[in-house]
Design a protein around this ligand. Structure first.
Ligand code: MD3
Ligand code: FE
Length: 214
């Protein structure tokens, strides 16, 4: 008898919550365009371990593209129009990035998304992101779109209070998640990555996070 794996159906949508949707494999058709564009951005605004206001370097390495880039240093978290390392504007957001984010947002029920910031996070084995809220943006009405590439990770999906119980959601190469509305300020994080090399990207996970920050 024929059989197929439910979790391998391209285009499957998993509703994580009222305003949070996982679009399984949604970015796969764009990977060939995304990966070289990421390399170009990182040639202009190099990856760096940013330092939290508490003075500790983050385990992930980051850069940005778009009109605004998210930064953290001893002075705090904020968005800037200039990369503090290069003292130049962040690289322009590639059309393929914006297009993917806008299509994913619309698919998840958020038409008219206008991302002005794309944070690029690189995770090596052992890198993690502890539970936090994204609240450095001007307007919480816009959704956030996240694109996962390379090694799989376990996403931690919490509630509106740090102490709320946390769901674990596996995120794979090509997955896109969209959060808005009531879910926009949920606590979230990424568990320490285990080393399970990906055929295209090796021992690395890349996450693109699109936001309307300004
Ligand atoms: C859920 N990055 O950069 S993106 C971040 O995979 C960040 O690199 C993670 O959290 C990563 O701030 C997760 C997913 C994400 C982003 C914003 C959210 C999930 C969210 C806002 C509300 C709820
Ligand atoms: Fe976040």
């Amino acid at each position: 008898m024929d059989s197929f794996d439910l979790f391998e159906v391209a285009g499957a949508q998993l509703r994580l919550s009222s305003h949070a949707v996982l679009l399984h494999g949604f970015a796969l058709p764009d990977v060939g365009e995304l990966v070289p564009a990421i390399a170009d951005i990182e040639a202009a605004s190099p990856l760096r371990h940013m330092v939290t206001p508490g003075g500790l370097p983050m385990s992930v390495m980051s850069t940005s593209c778009g009109m605004l880039g998210w930064v953290t240093d001893q002075r705090g978290y904020r968005y800037t129009s200039v990369d503090p390392e290069t003292r130049k504007p962040w690289p322009v957001m590639p059309e393929a990035f914006a297009s993917l984010a806008i299509r994913a947002a619309a698919e998840a029920g958020f038409p008219g998304f206008e991302p002005d910031a794309c944070l690029i996070n690189h995770y090596a084995p052992g890198a993690r992101m502890s539970l936090h809220q994204d609240k450095d943006e001007q307007d919480f009405a816009a959704p956030i779109v996240s694109v996962s590439l390379g090694m799989s990770a376990t996403f931690l999906f919490g509630g509106l209070e740090r102490s709320d119980r946390v769901a674990r959601v596996p995120l794979h190469h090509g997955d896109v998640v969209v959060w808005g509305g009531a879910d926009r300020l949920r606590y979230h994080g990424i568990m320490s990555l285990k080393d399970a090399p990906h055929p295209l990207l090796g021992s690395e996970r890349i996450n693109l996070t699109f936001r309307k920050a300004g």
